[in-house]
Design a protein around this ligand. Structure first.
Ligand SMILES: Cc1cc2nc3c(=O)[nH]c(=O)nc-3n(C[C@H](O)[C@H](O)[C@H](O)COP(=O)(O)OP(=O)(O)OC[C@H]3O[C@@H](n4cnc5c(N)ncnc54)[C@H](O)[C@@H]3O)c2cc1C
Length: 455
């Protein structure tokens, strides 16, 4: 019997969780297009935190790597089982354990899909603010493990801002609880925030207590079109400098508008750079902010689109959510990163990132979360051209180098995963990296939890 079959067979015999042979979907995530593929020997599908603990304990006892998996929408290769072992998929831990709308809080299991969580909160008159793009597929556990952002992180913060408690399985297979239904907790080192964004390398998140907020009564987006990156960056600076509490500030360079312009629900001036700002709050407040945003944009906008009906507004956000897919479809492949830079460097970063594509002869476009200085510059590579696919690492590395040169970070929201692992030491410097490694050792001394990722 092969080692592969025996891991699957032995794990199945030892735990109560279902254990199945890995199908293709469990060997990849969104990095499949750049050739990342794992070789897991088994997939565990636990239904409870205790079953998760049993799987981790068995893996720890037998020296087998274990890779936590949420919805598989990650862009950093974090859920890809590159060193074999067991994929621990959280999809069956999807219950709402408690929901107290009057106390603005909810406790959910890690496998609940992000969009379902947002719907449940909304039905209680509340908002779960984080809005990462792949919400129908991603899970709250995956969002916490990557500390995911999204357009409205500008006003509301990233996922971790909303987590008040975690239930986590840590090596060698124990369930621990950090925080809870508490709005404040400063006891001890902040282990909860070490787990948030740890990309499955320190523990397996099985449930979370989340803070909610009353849903805004109205949300009205305004999109202005400007002349080039310079015009767009100036408009972004003016919105931020005006002190208007926009809920989101997004940008779309002229190439992005060229690829996605035909499905845009309004008129797009030729070659224009788009800036979208969202005005939310009570109906009065949203209306006031919207009018002021129109004023700020009017200074030098080529055109402004400010939809009013719920149908038009929904169409605009559907267009925004579909951007990544439209860009992916252009040439069948894409190398795209999520670097972030200080706000005053945003225009320069967009310009230089596009220049990388020109230098290496690959079409490029750029969009992202302008208010957070977070760029999604994408290089469109022909999926069937080996030469272009081989350029992907070089293109990504040029972006990481640019981010660090401008005082930014290699990841604003997708995480380090496998794709950026060689760059973390460069960003942190020797002593901070040594401390980072010591944290990993303290949680996972045998390096079996998602090995080869993050550091
Ligand atoms: C179209 C599209 C749009 C996107 N837009 C955004 C965006 O706006 N903002 C953003 O931040 N990201 C975005 N992403 C990236 C991705 O959706 C996020 O990183 C998301 O948080 C990943 O969640 P997931 O459940 O799919 O996790 P996975 O991809 O399955 O896993 C991601 C990482 O988390 C770990 N992990 C997963 N679940 C757990 C758990 N329960 N316990 C411990 N570790 C775990 C995995 O090991 C892996 O390292 C987008 C992706 C796509 C495809």
């Amino acid at each position: 019997m092969s080692a592969v079959a025996s891991i699957e067979r032995d794990l199945r015999a030892a735990v109560t969780a279902d254990v199945v042979a890995p199908t293709a979907e469990y060997q990849t995530d969104q990095t499949e297009a750049r050739g990342l593929k794992g070789r897991a020997e088994a997939v565990a599908l636990p239904r409870t935190a205790d079953e998760v603990a049993d799987v981790v304990a068995w893996c720890y006892e037998h020296g087998v790597p274990v890779v936590p998996r949420g919805g598989g929408t990650g862009y950093a290769g974090g859920a890809v089982p590159l060193e074999g072992g067991v994929v621990l998929s959280l999809e069956r831990l999807d219950r709402v354990r408690s929901f107290d709308p009057l106390l603005w809080r909810i406790e959910v299991e890690a496998g609940l899909r992000t969009a379902d969580l947002r719907r449940i909160a909304r039905e209680g008159g509340l908002l779960f603010a984080p809005d990462p793009g792949a919400a129908e597929q991603s899970q709250i556990g995956g969002n916490i493990a990557t500390n995911a952002g999204g357009p409205h992180a500008f006003k509301y913060g990233v996922t971790g801002t909303w987590v008040t408690g975690l239930e986590v399985v840590v090596p060698p297979g124990e369930v621990i609880r950090l925080g809870g239904p508490l709005r404040k907790d400063v006891a001890g080192y902040d282990l909860k925030h070490l787990l948030i964004g740890s990309e499955g390398t320190l523990g397996v998140i099985t449930a979370a207590w989340l803070r909610l907020t009353p849903a805004p009564e109205a949300a009205w987006p305004v999109i202005g079109f400007f002349d080039g990156v310079r015009g767009g960056a100036d408009a972004i600076g003016r919105v931020i400098g005006s002190g208007l509490p926009a809920a989101a500030i997004e940008y779309f360079d002229s190439e992005t508008m060229r690829y996605a312009g035909t499905s845009f629900p309004g008129e797009v001036p030729d070659g224009a750079f788009g800036v979208l700002a969202d005005a939310d709050g009570s109906a009065d407040e949203a209306s006031r902010i919207r009018a002021e945003l129109v004023d700020v944009f009017s200074e030098d906008a080529l055109a402004i689109y400010a939809p009013e009906s719920p149908r038009e507004i929904a169409a605009l956000w559907r267009w925004r959510d579909g951007l990544a897919v439209v860009v992916d479809a252009q040439r069948g492949g894409k190398a795209s990163e999520d670097i972030a830079v200080p706000l005053d460097k945003l225009g320069e970063a967009i310009q230089e990132s596009l220049e990388v594509g020109r230098r290496l002869g690959v079409p490029a476009c750029s969009w992202g979360h302008a208010g957070d200085g977070n760029l999604h510059t994408s290089f469109l590579i022909a999926g069937d051209d080996e030469g272009e696919v081989a350029l992907a690492p070089q293109l990504s590395e040029a972006l990481f180098e640019l981010a660090l040169r401008l005082g930014g970070t290699i990841s604003g929201e997708h995480g380090v995963g496998f794709v950026k692992r060689n760059w973390l030491a460069k960003q942190l410097g020797p002593r901070a990296f040594e401390l980072h490694t010591a944290v990993k050792r303290a949680f996972d001394p045998e390096n079996l939890l998602n090995p080869g990722k993050k550091a």
